[in-house]
Design a protein around this ligand. Structure first.
Ligand SMILES: [Zn+2]
Length: 287
């Protein structure tokens, strides 16, 4: 059964580790992530962007697939199904479809509008026992066509949004979606510290987890980050392993063209990436 992310993140914040959000793209992706979480006895959050939602034939299809897999694979660790960077309309659709968690990314609205829309979603989510993530200060890079400038959030605005009763808060602290450029300035720990001082127990979310050095991840966790989003890194690992399979000519040997064989190395690469992240984030055996 899907659960809200509230309990797992409250525990993570108190015990100073982070739960990984791994974005899904298809059945193989979902299976690889769920199996790894179960093997490592770790809580997990499956992230779905609106673009990936369309690709997978809509939110109800995804809810059906994930619930089916939890049953058929005997998954007993806590699993949250979460809308990533949702629009106001997208968030409502996911709530209706049976997601257990949503993000409303109102960072591109003026703060007053971000607040009023977040407020409405807080009351819907509270009523249904779902978790809600809000964002302040847009996060750099591109995610599904939403391009952010890599802002650093205003800690006072973070407090205003946190006080509305959201479950977890994403704040721009110099992080970027996708691959980091060579001249990246790194995370602003000063900002993160200021945000945590003002928001107290609120679990903070770090987007753009791909390519942030391990020591920065650990420092961010020590300053209150309890959810870290990983997307690009699984994609790169999957693509590299799949390319190698083809380049090695394995698809031309016997029934190597069978999709179950063709995609197997890529799936193993996703599993290895998820394992590495769960170990780094400290969520192993925290289910
Ligand atoms: Zn993000």
């Amino acid at each position: 059964m899907l659960v809200s992310a509230k309990e797992m993140l409250t525990k993570a914040k108190a015990e100073k580790y982070a739960v990984g959000q791994f974005n899904i793209n298809n059945l193989e992706w979902t299976k690889a992530i769920l199996q790894t979480a179960q093997e490592l006895n770790s809580p997990v959050i499956l992230g779905v962007s609106e673009g990936a939602g369309k690709y997978m034939c809509g939110y109800t299809t995804i809810v059906g697939m994930v619930n089916g897999m939890i049953n058929e694979l005997g998954i007993t660790v806590p699993v949250a199904l979460h809308l990533d960077h949702g629009s106001y309309e997208g968030a409502k659709k996911c709530i209706e479809a049976g997601f257990s968690s949503v993000m409303f990314d109102g960072s591109h609205y003026p703060i007053e509008e971000n607040i009023s829309k977040t407020k409405e979603l807080v009351s819907i989510c509270n009523e249904k026992g779902l978790s809600l993530e809000a964002e302040v200060g847009s996060i750099g890079g591109e995610e599904d066509g939403v391009i952010g400038g890599g802002e650093v959030a205003d800690p006072e605005e973070c407090k205003m949004i946190a006080d509305l009763g959201v479950t977890m808060l994403a704040a721009g602290i110099g992080n970027i979606h996708g691959k980091y450029p060579e001249n990246w300035a790194g995370l602003s720990f000063e900002t993160l510290d200021a945000i945590q001082q003002l928001t107290g127990d609120m679990p903070l979310v770090l987007h753009g987890g791909t390519g942030i050095p391990a020591d920065m991840i650990k420092k961010a966790i020590s300053l209150g980050v309890s959810k870290i989003n990983v997307n690009t890194e699984c994609q790169l690992a999957f693509a590299e392993a799949t390319r190698k399979y083809i380049e090695d000519g394995k698809d031309l040997v016997g029934k190597g063209f069978d999709p179950r064989k063709l995609l197997a190395d890529g799936c193993a690469a996703i599993k290895a990436t998820v394992k590495e992240k769960m170990e780094l984030f400290g969520s192993v055996n925290k289910a």
